[in-house]
Design a protein. Structure first.
Length: 159
């Protein structure tokens, strides 16, 4: 899952991850609230509460996009199936990555020229504005779908 995050960035060694946490999210819009709560608790445990506002907004947008655009509309899933959306938070000494996995292979589309005052269509604009970078990549192997991620650079303690 981490390989595409290396492109254009200093090396991200999976072994050097200070902390990582993830949660499965149900296929309903209440999942956005659950994702924000999970992010709040996790960032608090990692003593990154000062980054909560930006991270929370990005988590909300990524999860909302996954629920709105990436879930199949073909009805209920089997009880044995894994939840369709999963939020991952990963922390290195100098960065934090929020990643949302969903079952769609479709690329997320940042719409240029969108009316920022419109009620929808500005999610990826906000993700790009509040994070230091974002991107996505298709999954291979037993997991189907894609991961959309956002990276936040962290200030060293005392700066």
């Amino acid at each position: 899952m981490l390989e595409p995050l290396r492109q254009g960035l200093p090396p991200l060694d999976p072994v050097s991850v200070d902390n990582a946490a993830s949660c499965a999210l149900p296929a309903c819009y209440e999942a956005v609230r659950e994702a924000r709560g999970f992010a709040r608790r996790t960032l608090g445990q990692w003593e990154l509460g000062d980054r909560f506002d930006d991270v929370c907004l990005v988590v909300s947008e990524l999860v909302t996009n996954a629920l709105r655009h990436a879930l199949p509309a073909d009805g209920p899933r089997s009880a044995r199936q894994e939840p369709p959306v999963r939020l991952h938070l990963m922390r290195w000494p100098d960065r934090l990555v929020c990643a949302v996995r969903d079952p769609s292979h479709d690329s997320p589309v940042a719409r240029e020229g969108e009316d920022f005052s419109a009620e929808s269509g500005r999610g990826l604009f906000l993700v790009g504005s509040f994070s230091d970078s974002w991107g996505w990549y298709p999954l291979a192997g037993p997991l189907e779908g894609k991961v959309v991620w956002a990276l936040f650079r962290l200030r060293p303690p005392g700066c």
